[in-house]
Design a protein around this ligand. Sequence first.
Ligand SMILES: O=C(O)[C@H](CS(=O)(=O)O)OP(=O)(O)O
Length: 264
Amino acid sequence: MKNPQINLNPLLFNPSGERDCKLEEHGITMLIDTGNGLALFDDLLQLAGQYVDFIKLGFGTTVLYSKELLEKKLQLAKKANVKLYPGGTLFEIALHKGVVKEYFDFLQNVGFDYIEISEGTIDLPFRRRQMMIKEAVANGFTVISECGKKEEGSSCEVKDLERMLYSDLECGASYVIVEGRESGENVGIYNNKGNIDIDFLEEVKETIPNDMRRFLIWEAPQKKQQIGLIHFWGRNVNMGNIQCKDAFSLECLRRGLRFDTFSE
Ligand SMILES: O=C(O)[C@H](CS(=O)(=O)O)OP(=O)(O)O
């Protein structure tokens, strides 16, 4: 007996393996790569590249690669239409050491187009932050900025997030990340068990209009945080610091192809 023809389209089957919606209609997915080798990186892009927008080379790992390897990673990412950029910590180290210009030159020399401007570890006065974003833009970078501190127990006020979001975009940033670290615990919007401060999200919803909120990327390394953010904001919420191994499962969560978001 012949196999019956099954029409998989109602199951969101995607024969082309490409995202089936326009850029502005899907949620940004940013992965954190803490040191994957080339073969793993290539594999990841082949498997899930179509569901990934950004890959951040975590913390200062960028400078541990040989130039050749870094250039190969950049080439692979570009081919897969994924933007690769170094973690904000590396910018903070450059600023702390007074070598921002050299940092810009290094990134340009290797071929990075994107840069993160953050202040998770250092003090960065507001005017200086604005200047840094403008300088990075003037040097030809697309800037992703970040709001929040890394210190355990640190949280962010909605009014600070709102101020930074408006100001950073005005200065030329393309997105503003909300700090959640690689752990997602005891930092930003997460308590020491990794649970989301829903009151914070409610306040954001009340204070910041939707057309501005879409420029926020929420760091959400844990599955329950990804589910919580999808439940709260919808499947197209922008999320970052997703572990590379979770890229595919996050896309399932977004599409309701998993128990936890079945009815989204
Ligand atoms: O990659 C970085 O520099 C850090 C990683 S973590 O928050 O310290 O885990 O993130 P970033 O958001 O880029 O500051």
